[in-house]
Design a protein around this ligand. Structure first.
Ligand code: FUC
Length: 722
């Protein structure tokens, strides 16, 4: 296969593109509609589409006193294998356009130009492949649908169906594929469909299970057959271009909200660029691409009606993926949603909220003695789509951490209905648990009695969960929870007595302590070991994603947090490196954040730009995207007149010039920034909610009142430009 300069990507600035097909799964490129995901290999002679549907797991639920529930594993669903025969290709290119969420494979053979396109459509709920050429009668292949669990394969007319039941939990599943040829001849085999000499061919794939999000039905719904058949029929009646148009419109509604330009895109394939960066070359445009890739991956793995992005989003080809590829609550599932609000993907949080609410219901109803609480609810470290439970530890502050995003969703969107009906009830419920669970120390401080610091003990034993009182991680998460309860009640202008109670409990919580080597203590006792390089930075939760610690409001604690982070060291795993981008950004250390970005690219970014822990975990992708946003703009601090928008709190020297459009802040602002020579040129702000606008840049501060829907533009002295 030869790549020549003719094969230019359609949108080089926002594409991942390669001059070779994928040989391995981690070279294939992902598509997804929130639930139905595909990994496209892009082979010329043999194409493979490995696919997943987000509800296919081997686990069970713990409601109804099920004595032997299991988390189970997220499962591969199947593969579509397409044999195109002996085609020779020139000018080969495979490309994933982040701009329209379409993957394409293009090449020429003889004097014919071929084009294959792939996408997974949210509006039409189908995965679409379309094969075409610039001459008539040139599309020929044999296609097989392989079920990953030896389901029954049936071919009838132009449709292949695979049906089965998982032995572990009795989950029923089905996938259906239809081949629609324009011109040429179709032949049906026992387990295959062949097409010869067609002008173009459209292939549609659907997959589903009998899982239901309905808690009251114990998560068991109808057999998926009828719904899949209907979905396929509706989509089959539409032309490829109609399906494509609906897909692009839907996707771009979300994706186009944010643009980031950090520099010129080199005329090299993504793989060449990744290798160059691993060798120390600078490519800020690739950093912008990885930022947008995180947004693409969230849109593709988390949409309303579905399930939240799991540890691998929705993409998995293993029967026993690492950590079950489900939901880990001591950072991973929360990290998945860090980029959602600031980068304009608020709607993508919908399945997360549904899932957390279901988890709360399950854990309240279960007879599992470890999960019993008087008020509120708690969770295990690992949970599946039907709640839990896990073989690993109980994780008390997990419910409080998970509830943080309920507050954040309101803080960014100002959605009062959500606040009243979902966020506040969730926060207050979890708060009840901590009201009951906190104990008073001899000197009158409120402390959490029995926590551990993810995921090691002070003796540096990996996974040690010996309980101790007053663990900083717990203290800071409870502080965050109480703050969110107080802020939510204030916004709702109700529940004053409860608000005051929680507010006063918050002031009595044991706060962060500075230890003997100047560190922020991880434990109530000054036990920290300066040689502790653990990947979890649990004791600086209050710096990020919490808002208890900041150089602007609590400089001593912020300094101590830096001492702790320095001791932890910069070398870490995928998500941990991504977390540190955010942490250093909150400390205002742009060049340190940038160092973490470099380390992430060197160690953790795979050929298809998935982030590896190792192994592949998508949290690192999402944490990275959130971190870049955090470097450019922060809004977690409050003044007496509303949120403080910090412009360039952590701009690294390496991003000398650039432009970002559409970042969202708490308080409901949409912000565009233009900068040159590391200095702000202009900032324009759209006020969505009409709140007061507080800006701080380079030590200068302004506060103005705004009107709903109006734009405000400022120069680098924060003087208004009319
Ligand atoms: C936490 C981390 C591990 C891994 C797992 C999914 O337990 O400590 O490193 O990321 O989640």
């Amino acid at each position: 296969m030869v790549f020549t300069a003719n094969a230019k990507p359609t949108n080089p600035n926002e594409s991942l593109w390669y001059t070779q097909p994928a040989e391995k799964w981690l070279q294939a490129l992902p598509i997804g509609n929130g639930s139905l995901g595909g990994m496209i290999f892009g082979g010329v002679q043999n194409e493979q589409i490995q696919f997943n549907e987000s509800s296919l797991i081997t686990g069970t639920t713990s409601i109804n006193g099920n004595a032997m529930p299991t988390v189970g594993y997220y499962q591969p669903f199947g593969d579509v294998f397409i044999d195109f025969g002996n085609v020779r290709a020139e000018n080969y290119r495979r490309e994933l356009s982040l701009n329209n969420a379409i993957q394409s494979v293009t090449f020429s053979s003889g004097n014919v130009n071929y084009r294959r396109e792939y996408f997974s459509s949210y509006p039409d709920k189908v995965l679409v492949a379309n094969f075409s050429a610039n001459k008539k009668g040139k599309i020929s292949f044999t296609l097989k649908l392989k079920d990953a669990h030896n389901g029954k394969i049936e071919v009838s007319r132009n449709t292949i169906t695979a049906t089965g039941t998982l032995p572990e939990n009795g989950m029923q599943y089905e996938s259906q594929l239809v081949v629609i040829n324009n011109g040429g001849i179709m032949t049906i085999g026992n387990s295959s469909i062949s097409v010869s000499n067609a002008n173009d061919v459209k292939i549609l794939l659907v997959a589903g299970t009998d899982f239901s999000k309905d808690f009251s039905k114990d998560f068991k719904g109808e057999h998926p057959h009828a719904l899949l058949e209907k979905t396929l029929l509706l989509a089959a009646a539409k032309s490829f271009s109609t399906l494509k148009k609906a897909h692009i419109t839907d996707y771009q509604t979300l994706y186009n909200r944010v643009k980031l330009n950090l520099g010129v895109t080199p005329k090299k394939s993504t793989l060449d660029r990744l290798n160059a960066v691993k060798n120390g070359e600078k490519d800020p445009a690739l950093e912008a691409l990885l930022f947008q890739y995180g947004r693409y991956l969230l849109i593709s793995s988390s949409r309303a009606g579905g399930l939240p992005a799991n540890l691998q989003g929705i993409w998995n080809n293993e029967y026993k993926p690492a950590w079950y590829s489900q939901y880990t609550t001591n950072i991973n599932v929360e990290m998945n949603y860090w980029p959602a609000e600031p980068t304009g993907l608020s709607e993508c949080t919908a399945p997360y909220f549904d899932w957390v609410e279901n988890l709360a219901k399950v854990n309240k109803k279960t007879t599992d003695p470890q999960l019993q609480t008087k008020r509120g609810w708690i969770a295990y470290s690992t949970n599946n789509i039907m709640g839990g439970p896990s073989t690993w530890g109980i994780h008390r502050p997990g419910s409080a951490w998970m509830s943080q995003h309920f507050w954040e969703h309101y803080a960014f969107t100002g959605d009062k209905d959500f606040l009243k009906n979902r966020a506040y009830p969730m926060l207050k419920d979890v708060s009840g648990y901590w009201e009951d669970h906190l104990v008073e120390s001899k000197d009158g401080k409120l402390i959490t009695p029995d926590g551990w610091s993810p995921e090691h003990g002070h003796g540096l034993v990996e996974g040690d969960r010996t309980p101790y009182p007053g663990v900083s991680y717990d203290q800071q998460i409870v502080y965050d929870l109480f703050s969110n309860v107080v802020d939510a009640a204030t916004e709702l202008n109700s529940d004053v007595a409860y608000k005051n109670k929680i507010d006063s409990m918050r002031t009595r919580l044991l706060g962060p302590q500075i230890g003997k080597w100047g560190q922020l203590q991880e434990w109530m006792e000054d036990w920290d070991n300066p040689n502790d390089h653990h990947r979890h930075n649990s004791h600086v939760f209050g710096l990020h994603p919490g808002r208890q610690i900041s150089p602007l409001t609590t400089p001593e604690w912020a300094n101590a947090a830096l001492v702790s982070l320095n001791a932890r060291g910069d070398i870490s795993t995928g998500w941990s490196t991504a977390w540190k981008i955010n942490l250093f950004a909150r400390l205002g250390l742009g060049n340190r954040s940038y160092k973490m970005i470099n380390m992430l690219f060197k160690k953790c970014i795979l050929e298809n730009m998935f982030d590896t822990h190792p192994p592949f975990q998508i949290d690192g992708n999402f944490g990275y995207t959130a971190g870049v946003a955090e470097m450019l703009l922060q809004s977690h601090l409050k003044t007496d007149k509303g949120y403080l928008l910090q412009l360039f709190p952590a701009l690294p020297d390496a991003w000398a010039a650039g432009e970002v459009k559409g970042l969202r802040t708490r308080g409901g602002f949409v912000v565009n920034l233009v900068w040159k020579n590391n200095v702000l040129c202009t900032v324009s702000v759209k006020s969505i909610l009409g709140n007061d606008l507080n800006l701080i840049y380079n030590g200068k501060k302004i506060a103005i009142s705004t009107q709903k829907g109006k734009f405000y533009k400022f120069d680098n002295q924060l003087l208004i430009i009319k």
